[in-house]
Design a protein around this ligand. Structure first.
Ligand SMILES: *Cc1c(COP(=O)(O)O)cnc(C)c1O
Length: 491
């Protein structure tokens, strides 16, 4: 069963949590009990089978046959190579590459599974309607969601992105998505305005009623949906199994995990893996210049009203880290009254937790951050040292890990979660590698080729020939024009 972090709903089935996405009156769904799972029982299994074992106890109403079909996406060639999440040895640590899915970012790990989880959930609840998925994206989520939902029966997806606010590669990735049920809209405004406008749509009762007459209901694919978090727990088990197999940890001894953090979903998945019994010691959270979480872990004050920086690790440019609420729920001893009070207070821009909760947060997570210069410098230094190319997000994690090592001298084997292929951010990676002020490449497409030439790494399939692919003519609208656009498209 699932309950709300704010105590306003409990006893919900997994299918209800996944269909609703978030608790209607505010709050996020968390499992009422966290199951345990021995990693030893998973030794020798494939990724797909590990996924089935990890997800089963959280989805009691899903039959094993149904779940087995769902996780087959990890074995059917959707993820390139035989291993969807290889653990690569780099120096003394491991890099868990989570970007071998169709869009070359780690969001594929969950968004390739979510549409099926949603479909089965709707069936289970006897919802005889189609779903309209709305997504606001600052880049990576949009394409991964489009790829996940394209050509799914009974599902339509519209992705909204800030016009001029995503990279050329990201825009092109989205506009070249195939499928009759996929739509992309450029919103005239920044990401915050775009996201706020989409959130308002979810609360428009007239529009909802009009769509319902057409047998359509709204749903969301963003990272607060439990159906996105659950598939992410799997790869921490997978990382540990590989570390044992590679002889990097002696069976049963602990590993550390470093995660480049934005909305805290990825780190939270590692936390749940630890709670399930996986031998994880320190959870290390890495932020970029938008270091709101680092300040929280040192002071207990969450201050979201602060300058917002656009960085070269844009998927971490976040001031209100949505999944952090789930973490605080756990750290407060599942005290929903306190969580409610903190998030009421956050409406005014800030909250402060009690010393006991803060201490537990600090004992559980080490938080650090890297600025832009350090990030670029880490890309180049790591390449020289290990011939390994980090994307800017993962480079932030690498730098924070180095800082962690020099403050603690902790020799525990450590896994860095690598969240994007460096080719997704080719020109910034080249800037780091070549240290040039004047770039020698004409555009993003040349940057991809140049990065490939320089490193000998292959451009991921999903990013090859993007500039040649036919693009859909996109829609564009003002933030306040979204409702009318949806009416034109679907009524
Ligand atoms: C989304 C994303 C992140 C942040 O992950 P969270 O789960 O939101 O903390 C980090 N790196 C990349 C490349 C991403 O796309």
């Amino acid at each position: 069963m699932y309950e709300s972090t704010r105590g306003n709903l409990s006893g919900q089935k997994a299918s209800q949590a996944i269909t609703l996405g978030m608790v209607p009156n505010g709050g996020l769904f968390v499992p009422s009990t966290i199951p345990t799972l021995n990693w030893q029982d998973l030794q020798g299994l494939t990724y797909r089978d590990v996924a089935q074992h990890v997800m089963t106890p959280y989805l009691p109403e899903f039959s094993q046959d149904v779940l087995s079909d769902i996780v087959n996406v990890y074995a059917d060639g959707t993820f390139d190579g035989l291993n969807p999440a290889p653990l690569i040895s780099v120096g003394k640590f491991g890099v868990l590459e989570l970007w071998h899915g169709p869009t070359a970012a780690f969001k594929d790990m969950a968004l390739q599974v979510l549409p099926d989880l949603l479909k089965v959930s709707l069936n289970h609840l006897n919802f005889d309607t189609d779903v309209l998925i709305l997504v606001a994206t600052s880049g990576d989520t949009g394409k991964a969601a489009l790829e996940g939902f394209k050509d799914r029966d009974g599902m339509h997806i519209v992705v909204f992105y800030p016009e001029g606010g995503v990279s050329a590669v990201q825009e092109r990735q989205m506009s070249t998505t195939e499928g009759m049920n996929t739509h992309v809209v450029a919103v005239k405004g920044n990401f915050d305005q775009c996201q706020a406008a989409v959130k308002r749509i979810f609360a428009m009762d007239t529009l909802k009623a009009q769509l319902q007459e057409k047998h359509l209901i709204f749903s969301s694919a963003n990272s607060i949906n439990w159906g996105r978090l659950l598939p992410q727990i799997v790869y921490y088990y997978w990382a540990y199994l590989q570390a044992v197999e590679q002889g990097k940890v002696t069976p049963g001894s602990k590993m550390n995990v470093v995660v480049p953090t934005g909305n805290f979903g990825n780190l939270l998945a590692a936390y749940y893996a630890k709670r399930m019994g996986l031998p994880i010691d320190r959870l290390i959270s890495a932020s970029n210049k938008n270091n709101v979480l680092v300040d929280f872990f040192s002071t207990g004050v969450y201050q979201s009203q602060r300058a917002f920086f656009q960085t070269i690790s844009p998927s971490m440019d976040i001031l209100v880290s949505s999944n952090f609420e789930r973490f605080l729920y756990e750290m407060s001893g599942r005290n929903s009254e306190r969580v409610q009070a903190w998030y009421d207070s956050l409406n005014q821009g800030t909250f402060t937790v009690d010393p006991v909760t803060l201490k537990l947060c600090q004992d559980t997570v080490f938080a650090g951050w890297a600025n832009e210069e350090e990030t670029l410098e880490t890309i180049s230094r790591s390449y020289k040292a290990y011939q390994y190319v980090f994307d800017p997000h993962t480079a932030v994690a690498m730098k924070v890990y180095e800082d962690y090592l020099s403050t603690t001298n902790d020799q525990t084997y450590t896994v860095i979660a690598s969240t994007a292929s460096p080719f997704k951010f080719a020109s910034d990676v080249l800037k780091g590698l070549e240290g040039k002020k004047d770039k020698s490449w004409k555009d993003e497409w040349e940057a991809l080729d140049e990065l490939s030439k320089l490193t000998g790494w292959q451009i991921p399939l999903g990013l090859q020939g993007l500039d040649q692919k036919p693009a859909k003519t996109g829609n564009a609208c003002e933030p306040q024009g979204i409702a009318e656009l949806l009416q034109r498209m679907f009524l």
